[in-house]
Design a protein around this ligand. Structure first.
Ligand code: PEP
Ligand code: MN
Length: 337
């Protein structure tokens, strides 16, 4: 439920409401707007007497939250969340580009790619050290050794680092090296993992599950926020449909839909969505035109010998060209890149 305080409500009046709610073991979420404060009460409200709350000084209205996601929805927090990673803001006017190889393979591969993407204008370096592979015989990642390379790449370039964490037992380790923890599509409903990353204050990149509805995805984000971490970036990376000419089907409609119902920023991964480097550029442009706050793109110096996802990786020159082209699209929709 949302308790809407009047614009003249005093700090003490807000505190008095908070006291009643916390005495009933309800979770409180304050949303301070320009004129009014909204107090969200999340939990079992059966013993809460709405009439009494309505009579309290400073209270204007009491309304239920209609959606099952209470904290990530716009009902309780109408204004956009901006996730800050140092001086980078995701969800503001600037489009943020994350780029790099699918997997960290070697020092040389990573450092060279990091330089390329940085010089082209990317702000965040991607690279998996723990890889969720369909086959148990495929390259599984360099694990901590790969994390150390990511750290060194950050030191060399100043880029921030996003990398996947697959297991609750690795959250602390990955958080030691990464600026953003990625929860991959296959783990979108790993509720233990969501809860664990929710207990850190690290920004979380939450990918949409391969067959997840938007509501299931927002409920996954709700787990992270309910555990205490509001720094969530959603990532649309294509969903499974009957189509076989692309690896997945990029759901561009998810961008305006998510923006309608949630205050969280959303970025797009055109690489995993299409599986083919040729389709990455047009869909990147489409994503920005549709309102995405950023992109995460796979780039490899030599895709033919990539240990993972070579066919969908852009060569450096293609990435550089795309970055130039994206500037015009960003400008056309009132954003900057
Ligand atoms: C990735 O980004 O490295 C990845 C495995 O993506 P997804 O979880 O979207 O398949
Ligand atoms: Mn990949």
């Amino acid at each position: 439920m949302i308790i809407i305080m009047s614009s003249t409500a005093t700090r003490q009046e807000i505190k008095d409401i908070e006291k009643i709610l916390s005495d009933m073991n309800l979770k409180i979420h304050l949303s301070k707007g320009e004129f009014k404060t909204l107090i969200g009460a999340i939990g079992d409200k059966r013993c809460l007497d709405t009439e009494t709350i309505l009579l309290m000084p400073g209270v204007e209205q009491v309304v239920p939250i209609m959606k099952p996601y209470k904290l990530v929805g716009r009902e309780l927090q109408p204004h956009n969340t901006i996730v800050k990673i140092g001086d980078i803001e995701i969800g503001g006017k600037e489009i943020i580009i994350m780029a790099g190889p699918c997997a960290v393979e070697s020092e040389m591969q990573l450092y060279q790619t990091a330089e390329v993407v940085k010089n082209a204008g990317a702000k965040i370096l991607r690279g998996g050290a723990f890889k969720p592979r369909t086959s148990p015989y495929a390259f599984q990642g360099l694990e901590e050794e790969g994390l150390k390379m990511l750290e060194e790449a950050r030191n060399r370039t100043g880029l921030k680092v996003v990398t996947e964490v697959m297991d609750t037992k690795d959250v602390e380790l990955v958080a030691k090296y990464a600026d953003i923890l990625q929860v991959g599509a296959r783990n979108m409903q790993n509720f233990k993992l969501l809860n664990e990353v929710g207990q850190t204050q690290k920004p979380i990149l939450l990918k949409r599950g391969i067959s997840a509805t938007i509501e299931e995805w927002l409920m996954a984000a709700e787990y992270i926020l309910a555990a205490g971490n509001p720094n969530i970036i959603l990532c649309e990376r294509g969903i499974r449909t009957y189509e076989t000419y692309t690896r997945n089907t990029l759901d561009l409609s998810a961008i305006p839909v998510v923006k309608e119902y949630s205050h969280l920023p959303i970025i797009v991964d055109p690489s995993h969505a299409t599986g083919t480097y040729k389709f990455v550029a047009p869909l990147s442009k489409g994503a920005i035109a549709t309102g995405a706050d950023g992109l995460i793109i796979e780039v490899h110096k030599d895709p033919c010998i990539a240990k993972c996802d070579g066919p969908q990786s852009l060569k450096p020159e293609k990435f550089e060209q795309l970055m130039e082209e994206l500037k015009a699209v960003a400008k056309a929709v009132g954003r900057i890149l």
